[in-house]
Design a binder for this molecule. Structure first.
Ligand SMILES: [Zn+2]
Length: 467
């Protein structure tokens, strides 16, 4: 026993966090030494970089150019070490990392699943060798995923994964009027802000999760990674229960009323409604203009259960076509008050309309299946070339997806920095660019996860010493 606790103590000493994360370490000697001597063709690539045309549309679409930019990103920007610490939840390799599925999409669109790595160095080497245009993260399995084919199907089971959420702007096409499909703009991005606020608050306050990372998907949505140990160990049924609790928008395109909540709201929804109320008017009435034309306001009218109210309003709105949308909404509020006053069983449909137009629309499948893959943070979106950066939930209101750095901006920023001040040659490239705050935030997030691992090891060591 003594031997064990001694060993635990030694481990802890080795894991001094302060020394472990020196500021420069991310890209410093150890990483460099992971790099192999560049092959002649790689050197050629690097030299060619100076000739890359950054600003024009043409170059953006040029596949060859794109692959050079990817290479630059994997050589100089991808935070391998932090990434390893995040998925490993410890400093020396654990099953969390070694048994984790990674999947790569290669430049020729070949898709490789069930890759796994013993440590950060091997992951780095493989990424640099294959230059994936997309990296997905899967579950931790009972057997290292790369050995999947050598064991029976029964023996190969997913055991853990972060609880994840995927919110995609395309699911908002029936409520947004500014864009559709893959397009987004600052107006409709507010739907994502609302989603982050509501889901983040619920995960923290209703479920007690602490380690929650939000990530911009690189194009038209956000992902959420709940990394608490308790969340990682949830089975599919518990994941389903959490999603069912959060998912209140039900029914396909043919269903007009998709939200029907009880008169008295659950405290969690009551809290969410505060967020909905804050955004409904500016976002839906003003920015989306859902009451500005007949086609769009008819969708609102269709939700109203009482046909007399519905018909009355249809007439009023048509008669007062030039009224502002806010005035139209006030007419609706008044009509609801009048009609509900007489009823014994209240149906607060106005509140439900607000929920239906504002509340987060979750991709249920992604969250409920433990082995579902999700695009990795710090992956580059192959269409926009934007980096999938983390979003601080407390500052989500100020997050602007349009200004997120893409590979072209990163390249340009490094060149500009180097031209202006060539004194600090050792500075890692990410620090010369607009990617810096995102990596620093990720660093902070990972540190808080690791300090928890260290604390729980310390507690276990102390406990074993007591006996
Ligand atoms: Zn838009």
């Amino acid at each position: 026993m003594e031997d064990l606790s001694q060993r635990a103590q030694q481990e802890l000493e080795k894991m001094d966090l302060v020394n472990f994360f020196s500021d420069e370490e991310e890209f410093a000697p150890e990483d460099q030494h992971m790099n192999e001597e560049p092959a002649p063709e790689d050197q050629q690539m690097n030299e060619d970089f100076s000739k890359v045309n950054i600003a024009t549309e043409e170059s953006f679409n040029d596949k060859h150019n794109q692959m050079r930019l990817y290479r630059m990103f994997y050589d100089n920007f991808f935070p391998y070490k932090l990434y390893f610490h995040w998925l490993n939840y410890d400093i020396t390799p654990t099953k969390n990392f070694t048994h984790r599925e990674f999947s790569f999409t290669l430049p020729n669109d070949i898709y490789i699943r069930f890759k796994s790595f013993e440590n950060a160095e091997l992951l780095k080497k493989e990424i640099e060798r294959l230059q994936p245009i997309k990296i997905d993260i899967g579950a931790v399995y009972s057997v290292q995923p790369k050995y999947k084919k050598t064991v029976s199907e029964k023996a190969f089971k997913p055991t853990e994964k972060e609880l994840v959420f995927d919110i995609d702007m395309t699911d908002y096409d029936e409520v947004r009027t500014c864009c559709s499909g893959g397009d987004i703009c600052l107006l409709c991005w507010e739907f994502m802000t609302v989603a982050i606020k509501i889901v983040d608050q619920s995960l923290r306050e209703d479920f007690g999760f602490k380690h929650i990372m939000w990530v911009y998907s690189g194009r038209r949505g956000v992902h959420c990674w709940v990394c608490d140990e308790r969340a990682r160990k949830l089975d599919n049924d518990s994941r389903k229960a959490i999603i069912n609790f959060l998912d209140i928008i039900k029914g396909g395109a043919h269903v007009s009323r998709k939200v029907k909540l009880p008169n008295i709201l659950h405290p969690s929804l009551k809290r969410s409604f505060e967020v909905v109320k804050q955004h409904f008017n500016p976002l839906l009435i003003e920015k989306m203009g859902i009451l500005d034309n007949e086609e769009s306001w008819n969708k609102v009218l269709d939700i109203i259960p009482d046909s007399t109210v519905r018909e009355k309003l249809a007439e009023k709105w048509k008669d007062n076509y030039k009224c502002s949308a806010n005035e139209k909404w006030d007419m609706l509020v008044k009509e609801e008050e009048k009609s509900e006053k007489k009823k014994k069983f209240k149906d607060p449909f106005l509140r439900d309309i607000m929920f239906q137009y504002c509340y987060p629309r979750l991709d249920v499948k992604v969250s409920t299946n433990i082995n579902h893959l999700l695009k990795s943070p710090f992956c580059v979106h192959p269409k926009t070339l934007k980096v999938c950066v983390p979003i601080k939930p407390e500052e989500c209101e100020h997050f602007d997806p349009i200004t997120v750095p893409n590979l072209n901006t990163l390249r340009k920023e490094v060149m500009e920095f180097d031209q202006q001040q060539n004194t600090d040659a050792k500075l890692p490239d990410y620090k010369k660019t607009s990617l810096k705050p995102y990596i620093e935030y990720f660093d902070k997030f990972v540190k808080s996860l690791l300090s928890e691992t260290i604390q729980s090891k310390r507690d276990a060591a102390e406990k074993s010493m007591e006996f």
